[in-house]
Design a protein around this ligand. Sequence first.
Ligand code: B16
Ligand code: MG
Length: 215
Amino acid sequence: MIKACLFDLDGVIVDTAKYHYIAWKELAAELGFEFTEKDNERLKGVSRMASLDILLSIGGITKTEKEKDLLAQRKNERYVSLISQMEADEILPGAKEFLTACRKTGIATALGSASKNAMIILERLKLNDLFDVIIDGTHTTKAKPDPEVFLLGAAALRVEPEHCVVFEDAEAGIEAALAAGMKCVGIGSSEVLGKANLVIAGLHQMSLEKLKDLQ
Ligand code: B16
Ligand code: MG
């Protein structure tokens, strides 16, 4: 029996990848190389510092840890200025409706995001109240595909992992959910997310009936 749904943020509830892309692209330009949209795909679900390492490797650039901290800080300041302007119509189709439907039927909800900026986004879009528990990058020590973020969410909800379903758009997130012993719904294409129990294009294609079928 499914008792809880755990949601990734970027790519599931909102599309913030485009803002990460703008900020990373500008940083790469400052460092003297081009960062493409395809490159940005590699950063989805990946933590900030790991993303910077990937970006620097694309540019063939080596930096000290101290320099990397400063670069990540600069990128983040730009990213935060962008997400601070987000509007409610940027909530992905069906997200609010499905979260609301879960809560109406007594299914607990949690956020499980790698982002340290998740609260800024949830507050800006007034989504906080739709989550019983919020676990983000400020609570975790291990990045997806480690299951930590989802196990913390389930523990805070007091629901056993086998009764949880995770909604994820990144392969690392699917692996994290399965490693946690949870069911997983992939948001995106089944070519990339084939390991998930079900793959849909977005939460507008999800329903309580489909949730029951996952048991
Ligand atoms: P921040 P998610 C992830 O969010 C993003 O997909 C990923 O691109 C980003 O690098 C990561 O958060 C860290 O974000 O720099 O804001 O802490 O998909 O786990 O909700
Ligand atoms: Mg994501």
